[in-house]
Design a protein around this ligand. Structure first.
Ligand code: UDP
Length: 345
C-alpha cells in the first residue's frame, strides 16, 4: 500500500521541492496551501516535473480548524510535513500578533487533526534560527537553543516545544504522535528543471533571490550587510544548502517514521552541508559559475544577523542516511536558470 503524505504549504518554495521528491520516491502526496504567499506556479511545476496530473491540491487555510479537519477527513493521511507558515523575520518584528496567530494556530490545528484521525507522524520544518548566535560552530543538535531574536524565530522554537509536548502526552494512546524536527540552515537554489524555485513577493529578504534579481536587472545593486565581522573576509558565514538536497532529507525522514525506525518518539536533525560560506564567497561563486558581474556594495550590518553559523550534519548523515551532495556552484547555476526562466529568457 502506498503511503500518503500531506504537505502543508506544499505550493511554496520548500514544499514544492519536497512534494516532487516524495512523489518520485513513490509516495502519494496531498498538496495543501492557502496561497497566501505564493500562487499555483509551485504546484503546477510539481505536476510537470513528475509528469502527473492526479496530484490532489486542496486550498486550505490551516488556521481554520474546520478546513484542517475537513482535509484530514477527506484523505487518509499517513504522515504530515508542516511548512505552512509566515517566514519573513523583519515582518514578524513589525507584526508579531499576525505571526504568532498564523504560525502557532496552523500547527496546533494540524496536530489536533492528525491525532484525531490516526495520523501518527508529524514532521515539522524548523530552522537553524533556534540556535541564535552560537557559542561554538559548527552546531550540533545538542547545541543550546538561544532566546529567539524575532517573533518568527520564537514561533519556530514554540512549535518545536509544542511538538515535543504533544509527542510526550500522546505516547501509548490511540492518537499517538511521533515527531521529527528538521532544522534547516540556508536553503537556496532551484530544481534543475527550472520549473520550480523561490518566488519572493516584493523585495527579497534573502540573499540568493536578491542576487539573482540584481543579476537579471530587477534590482539595481545588492547590499552586502556588513564587511567588518570577525570572519576571514569580514562578511557573515552561513551554511547554504541546495533545495533539492534539503528536499531529499525529508524523504529520508518520512521513510524513517513510516518504517517505524525511529529511536526516540521525537527526533531532531540539522539539515545542512557542514560547509561555511561567506556572503562574499557566495557572490564570487555566482559571478564565476554564471559568467557575469554582479553590481554590489558594502552596507552597514543588518539588525539581528548572527556572525557565523553552520551545521554539523553528522547525525543526519548517519541516522537518516542522507548527505548534501550538490556543490555551491551547481546550486547557484540552478538559481540563475530559475531567475532566467521567470524572466522568460
Ligand atoms: N545578506 C546580504 N544582503 C542581502 C540579504 C542578505 O548581505 O540583501 C546577508 C545576510 O546579512 C546574511 C546572509 O546574507 O549574512 C544570509 O542572509 P539570509 O537573509 O539569506 O538568511 P539568514 O541567514 O538571515 O536566515
Amino acid at each position: 500500500m502506498k503511503k500518503t503524505v500531506l504537505v502543508s504549504g506544499g505550493a511554496g518554495f520548500i514544499g514544492s521541492h519536497v512534494s516532487v521528491e516524495l512523489i518520485q520516491a513513490g509516495y502519494d502526496v496531498v498538496v495543501a496551501d492557502n496561497l497566501s504567499n505564493c500562487d499555483m506556479t509551485g504546484y503546477e511545476g510539481v505536476c510537470k516535473i513528475t509528469g502527473r496530473d492526479d496530484i490532489p491540491f486542496v486550498k486550505t487555510d490551516f488556521c481554520s480548524e474546520e478546513q484542517t479537519e475537513a482535509l484530514f477527513s477527506a484523505y487518509k493521511i499517513d504522515a504530515v510535513i508542516h511548512f505552512a507558515a509566515f517566514k519573513a523575520v523583519g515582518e514578524s518584528v513589525a507584526k508579531p500578533v499576525m505571526y504568532y496567530k498564523n504560525n502557532l494556530s496552523s500547527f496546533l490545528n494540524v496536530l489536533e487533526a492528525a491525532s484525531a484521525h490516526g495520523c501518527h507522524n508529524v514532521l515539522f520544518s524548523s530552522s537553524a534560527t533556534v540556535y541564535g548566535e552560537p557559542d561554538k560552530v559548527p552546531v550540533t543538535e545538542e547545541s543550546p537553543r538561544k532566546p529567539a531574536t524575532s517573533p518568527y524565530g520564537n514561533t519556530k522554537q514554540m512549535c518545536e516545544d509544542i511538538l515535543n509536548d504533544t509527542v510526550r502526552a500522546t505516547a501509548g494512546t490511540e492518537g499517538e504522535i511521533k515527531g521529527i524536527l528538521l532544522r534547516y540552515f540556508n536553503p537556496i537554489g532551484a530544481h534543475p528543471s527550472a520549473l520550480i524555485g523561490e518566488l519572493p513577493r516584493g523585495i527579497p529578504n534573502n540573499l540568493v533571490p536578491f542576487i539573482t534579481q540584481t543579476a537579471i536587472g530587477r534590482r539595481e545593486c545588492l547590499s552586502i550587510f556588513g564587511n567588518d565581522y570577525p570572519t576571514p573576509d569580514g562578511t557573515c558565514l552561513r551554511d547554504y544548502i541546495d533545495i533539492v538536497d534539503l528536499a531529499k532529507a525529508h524523504v529520508c525522514a518520512v521513510a524513517r517514521m513510516l518504517d517505524g525506525k525511529m529511536d526516540k518518539p521525537c527526533e531532531v536533525f540539522n539539515i545542512g552541508t557542514g560547509r561555511p560560506v561567506s556572503v562574499l564567497e557566495l557572490v564570487n561563486s555566482f559571478e564565476k559559475v554564471n559568467h557575469l558581474k554582479l553590481n554590489y556594495k558594502f552596507a552597514p550590518r543588518r539588525d539581528g544577523d548572527v556572525t557565523a553559523i553552520w551545521a554539523d550534519p553528522t547525525l543526519a548523515n548517519k541516522v537518516l542516511g542522507w548527505k548534501a551532495e550538490r556543490s555551491v556552484d551547481e546550486t547557484l547555476a540552478a538559481a540563475w536558470a530559475w531567475e532566467k526562466h521567470l524572466a522568460g529568457k
